[in-house]
Design a protein around this ligand. Structure first.
Ligand code: FES
Length: 148
């Protein structure tokens, strides 16, 4: 039920770790499944030079954070904002419906790190929204909950 790309990024995740003196860091969580994802960014002259992640979560969350970091490295901050959960899922050749929220975590973690960067540098980045203040926020995933 998982694509080869999802399995590859889960088995061999790219960009795992942390960045010392990161330009911006973001940690997000999903209250329902309890998974947590942290993204660190190194940004120079408005371009993402490096991105690392640590995900305490399911395989799909690890795969989406792995590919999301790959997708944003080398991009400008503005272009990185266009890396949404939809583009992450497309890059992974899809995710099962019950795992869509995992890709939202990746989008939120990147945006949260970008917000931290903007906040530290007094920058206003068009289209970037302030993340929720705690880790309890989540999108409406009720229709994705499965009975086990
Ligand atoms: Fe919650 Fe994948 S992030 S199950």
């Amino acid at each position: 039920m998982y694509s080869e790309k999802v399995i590859d990024h889960f088995m061999n995740p790219r960009n795992v770790g942390e960045i010392k003196d990161a330009s911006g860091s973001g940690t997000v969580g999903n209250a329902k499944c309890g998974d947590i994802m942290k993204v660190d960014l190194k940004i120079e002259n408005g371009v993402i030079k490096d991105a690392k992640f640590k995900t305490f979560g399911c395989g799909a969350a690890i795969a989406t954070s792995s590919i999301a970091t790959e997708m944003i490295i080398g991009k400008t901050v503005e272009d990185a904002l266009k890396v949404t959960n939809t583009s992450v899922m497309e890059a992974l050749d899809g995710l099962p419906p019950v795992k869509v929220h995992c890709s939202l975590l990746a989008e939120e973690a990147v945006q949260s790190a970008l917000w931290d960067y903007a906040d530290k540098n007094n920058l206003v980045i068009e289209g970037l929204k302030k993340p929720a203040p705690d880790q309890e926020h989540h999108h409406d995933i009720d229709n994705e909950v499965v009975n086990v």
